[in-house]
Design a protein around this ligand. Sequence first.
Ligand SMILES: Cc1cc2nc3c(=O)[nH]c(=O)nc-3n(C[C@H](O)[C@H](O)[C@H](O)COP(=O)(O)O)c2cc1C
Length: 203
Amino acid sequence: MTTMNKILVINGSYRDDGITDQAVAVAVAALKGSGAETEIINLREYPIEFCLNCRECSLQPGESPGKCVLDDGMQALIEKIEAAQGFILAAPTNFGSVTAIFKRFMERLIAYAYWPWDKPYPQFRKAKAPRKKAMLISSSAAPALMGRWLFGSSKQLKMAAQTIGAEPVGTLFTGMISTEKHQQLPQKTVAKARAMAIKLLTA
Ligand SMILES: Cc1cc2nc3c(=O)[nH]c(=O)nc-3n(C[C@H](O)[C@H](O)[C@H](O)COP(=O)(O)O)c2cc1C
């Protein structure tokens, strides 16, 4: 059993203390209670520009992420990603997808692909690297079972995790959470969030 101590949370919710923030807080409390070091990056207050699709970062060979031409917070975030041993990736479902701020972050992860102009598709740099672990968090107005399978959010979070070299330990998907402005995370979700966070440390 390996123990992961440094967990980076990347949160793509727009709202303070919404369902995503509450799920993240429960998971982080469980992680801290188990002695893990955690850091939360709320993308809503973090400086990331849109990808230019210039592919400069993906022309550079090797297992390390390539260097982007943009000078914003992404380089520092990649350094945090590289230093972390596990992740929580979180984004609510908006129009069937992760939020635009999570997608904007995700597109910048093309630095994790080697993709010279003469290759028809990218080769993901971390595909063969030792796997880190990730817990994924999403939510929707639709029931969880429907949201999980019908919408792209779960798949997109999984794709982001795999791109940074992490295997998901599970997806905490909370449904039917849009009938009150300040909806509380259901108790059974709280229990699931704690259990999944511990799994992240011990898987
Ligand atoms: C712009 C927008 C688009 C949304 N699209 C969907 C959707 O396609 N399917 C769905 O079930 N819920 C949808 N919802 C509900 C959100 O998933 C829900 O408000 C969100 O999970 C709450 O997360 P938060 O509390 O972290 O903000 C949408 C909400 C907004 C504001």
